[in-house]
Design a protein around this ligand. Structure first.
Ligand SMILES: CC(C)(COP(=O)(O)OP(=O)(O)OC[C@H]1O[C@@H](n2cnc3c(N)ncnc32)[C@H](O)[C@@H]1OP(=O)(O)O)[C@@H](O)C(=O)NCCC(=O)NCCS
Length: 193
């Protein structure tokens, strides 16, 4: 592996908060301005407040190649939106309201996930490798405290839906959420860790 996966809080301890803010100010993701904005303006503050922890994929020159941000959050899932196999699996982690057919659970959330397009010649890992890095960390957390469902929300774009649903990543759609603030319809997807 020619990159390191570094917790932003560890990195702040190592090089100082100001330097991390400076490094992240150059993060560029033209395909997803929400991620760009998050990394530039919120990642440090969210980590300090323990709202979500951003991980930086750094190459040997300490260039940020990609980032992801993870946390855990309560989520409601309509049973009819899941296959019966998936329903069986999430029952371990969820409470079902029989009247509404809704599962309520706390799950790991991948809040942000994106490459940095700032350095043209940098060895940015592909999305599959980035996802492996996320799952490695979540499996470690799972071993410490339990839990087993991972979810994310992504824009309704075929490229992204195909990526998350491919054979390796295996996320499955369970709902949609309209963000009025951003006027974007997000597709909600989950997988068992
Ligand atoms: C999502 C991502 C990690 C996947 O990485 P990957 O599997 O290595 O795939 P690629 O980066 O080669 O992208 C595959 C295709 O999807 C397209 N694509 C990726 N993100 C896109 C987006 N947000 N909007 C539109 N198209 C996008 C790419 O342009 C590429 O298209 P092409 O093959 O015609 O060039 C990476 O594309 C990325 O960082 N995208 C921008 C950030 C983002 O949108 N993250 C998802 C948030 S839910």
């Amino acid at each position: 592996m020619d990159y390191a996966v570094v917790n932003i809080l560890d990195y702040m301890e190592l090089i100082g908060e100001e330097s991390v803010v400076d490094v992240l100010s150059g993060f560029s993701c033209p395909k997803n301005k929400e991620i760009e904005n998050f990394v530039r303006n919120n990642a440090v503050e969210f980590a300090k407040r323990k709202m979500s922890i951003t991980y930086l994929l750094l190459d040997e020159y300490s260039r940020v190649l990609a980032i992801f941000a993870i946390t855990h959050k309560a989520v409601q899932i309509l049973g009819t939106n899941l296959s019966s196999t998936l329903q069986k699996k999430i029952q371990r982690y969820a409470q079902k309201n029989e009247k509404t057919d809704e599962y309520a659970l706390s799950a790991f959330l991948i809040g942000q996930f994106g490459k940095n397009y700032q350095h043209k010649d940098a060895p940015v890992p592909d999305g599959g490798k980035m996802m492996e890095a996320v799952l490695t960390i979540l499996k470690h957390v799972q071993r410490e405290i339990g839990g087993g469902v991972v979810y994310l929300e992504c824009e309704e774009k075929p490229e992204l839906l195909n990526f998350y649903q491919n054979e390796k990543n295996r996320f499955r759609k369970f709902g949609e959420r309209l963000s009025e603030k951003e006027n974007v319809n997000y597709i909600q997807m989950l997988r068992i860790l």
